[in-house]
Design a binder for this molecule. Structure first.
Ligand SMILES: CC(=O)N[C@H]1[C@@H](OP(=O)(O)O)O[C@H](CO)[C@@H](O)[C@@H]1O
Ligand SMILES: [Mg+2]
Length: 513
């Protein structure tokens, strides 16, 4: 694999999920190497360690990708996304690096530190050499964690910047922090029963095995899709959420809780058999479960300001459920960095994308108020969630803990509300940049006139809701529709998809179900 960029190579853009693409078309080597340079320069600029994760998450095994992490585990700041894009597309790499060093006033004698991790894809190991090459070239050291989940990389990057010495940085820190928090919260509980975890044939099986062993006294965890099949193929959180069905390898039984993580273990969805039928509990439900718990425990007199952050893809029934309880909700653009940012406006911000990516953030003021109000249980929960980023395993432990604390079965959780029938479609158009949106992606500005026509299609449909936006990770326009019945929902989504196809230079076959 070459780590150099050939002149004239097509331009790439650092997007919602960093850089992603096929692992074997000759591009990913230089993209990852140059991301190593970006992460190193960012580290030198801040005088703190940054992180670099090689993964393409839920994408097929042939793909790969790379993302840079800020020192406290957040996603790369937007201004540096632009620098990452320029650096990766530069014909003259040295000149671009010099330009960034000058513009960002990076001290020439500074040295960076980049915490490096990778998933289990066959291409990831070689790509980590590309990353290391870039990091060294940019006058920095790399600390290679080897094969880790994305949230483990974020968490350990955070740890190294908050006092843990490099020589003590170890995955055991991650496992013990979260298992200790779980054991503390559940110390008075009996065994919590059976939980089957689909590991998507990815890196999650390593984390899953550790948690299963460390928590065996409390919950009987059984792992499936542990690397014996193809990564993300007919399994994993994305497959289960999109297809609304169980992954391969799950002969589902009544009375058992099931969950799936994705290829890099930062997304989680639950499911179970309800009256013999598959029933999905997605990111919206996880957010609602945690918010319900917080509201019950905080009570009416609390000074803690908490709320839930969603995107337009959140099922309308979940938003209605939260507002019926008087819980504040905010809608942001798609992409966890937007949700994370909005969640910081609350003392306790619960944020989840419908697809199962999310976490709960507790700010300093929340911790102070919780201590004053004697909320030891919620303080224990704050230690159980990985606040750096969405983390499938920490979220799984949080769900298990909250169900226990509420004394709820998975049936009780499912009974919170009934999802409105919904459908997500993809439409291929000549240039997806032609679709311009605003209002947290719920209103389309261009092409001119599209929104008015879309409104006219939605107006007659009971509980109808629909919006369109260009994907940040695929070359498609996404069409979302919701309605009172599956039939109305299907019709609305097809109508809106055809509207986009007709008004925005649709390519290939006309959309159909
Ligand atoms: C509808 C949907 O699920 N969109 C996903 C998807 O983004 P798009 O911009 O829609 O391609 O990938 C993102 C990165 O994983 C994730 O944050 C987001 O929720
Ligand atoms: Mg992922």
């Amino acid at each position: 694999m070459s780590f150099e960029r050939a002149a004239g190579t097509k331009q790439v853009k650092y997007g919602t999920a960093g850089f992603r693409g096929p692992a074997n078309d000759g591009q990913m080597g230089f993209i990852v190497k140059r991301s190593g340079i970006t992460a190193a320069l960012r580290s030198r600029k801040l005088g703190k360690a940054t992180g670099l994760m090689i993964t393409a998450s839920h994408n097929p095994v042939q793909d790969n990708g790379v993302k840079v992490t800020e020192p406290l585990g957040e996603m790369l700041v937007p201004s540096w996304e632009g620098l990452a894009t320029n650096l990766t597309n530069a014909d003259d790499l040295n000149a671009e690096v010099e330009k960034i060093i000058k513009d960002e006033e990076i001290c020439s004698s500074s040295e960076g530190l980049v915490v490096l991790g990778r998933d289990t894809r066959p291409s990831s190991s070689e790509l980590s050499y590309a990353a290391a090459e870039g990091i060294i070239q940019a006058q920095s050291r790399s600390l290679n964690l080897g094969v880790v989940t994305t949230p483990q990389l974020h968490y350990l990057t955070y740890k190294i910047n908050t006092g843990t010495p490099v020589f003590k940085l170890d995955l055991d820190l991650y496992y013990s922090d979260f298992t200790n928090a779980f054991l503390e919260i559940t110390k008075n509980s009996a065994n919590l029963g059976n939980l089957v975890v689909d590991c998507a044939n990815g890196v999650g099986h390593l984390a899953g095995a550790q948690f299963a062993k460390r928590l065996e006294s409390k919950v009987n965890v059984k792992l499936t899709n542990v690397g014996d099949g193809q990564l993300n193929h007919e399994c994993g959180a994305d497959f289960v959420k999109t297809g609304q069905r169980a992954p391969v390898g799950s002969e589902m039984e009544e009375g058992v809780r099931y969950c799936s993580v994705d290829g890099d273990a930062d997304r989680l969805v639950y499911y179970f058999l309800r009256n013999g039928k598959f029933f999905l509990l997605d990111g919206d439900r996880i957010a609602c479960l945690i918010a319900t718990y917080l509201q019950k425990r905080l009570g009416e007199e609390t000074s803690v300001n908490f709320g839930v952050v969603q995107t337009a893809y959140a099922n309308g029934a979940s938003t209605n459920y939260l507002s019926s309880l008087g819980i504040k909700t905010v809608c942001t653009k798609t992409g966890v960095k937007h949700l994370h940012h909005a969640a910081l406006d609350f003392d306790i911000g619960v944020y989840f994308e419908a697809n199962g990516h999310g976490t709960v953030l507790f700010n300093e003021s929340a911790i102070g108020k919780l201590e004053k109000e004697g909320q030891t249980e919620i303080l224990a929960l704050a230690k159980l969630v990985n606040q750096t980023v969405g983390d499938a395993f920490s979220d799984m432990l949080a769900v298990e803990a909250v169900l226990h604390l509420l004394n709820w079965s998975i049936e009780d959780w499912a009974a919170m509300y009934s999802d409105y029938p919904n459908r997500l479609m993809k439409v291929k158009i000549a240039n997806r940049a032609d679709i311009q949106v605003t209002n947290a992606e719920r209103t389309c500005l261009a092409p001119a006139g599209l929104q008015e026509k879309l409104d006219a299609l939605v107006a007659p449909v009971t509980n109808g809701r629909s919006f369109v936006r260009a994907s940040g990770t695929e070359d498609v326009v996404r069409v979302y529709a919701e309605a009172d019945t599956a039939e109305n929902c299907n019709k609305l989504s097809i109508d809106v998809a055809n509207l986009v196809y007709d008004m925005a230079n649709g390519q290939g076959d006309k959309p159909s179900l």
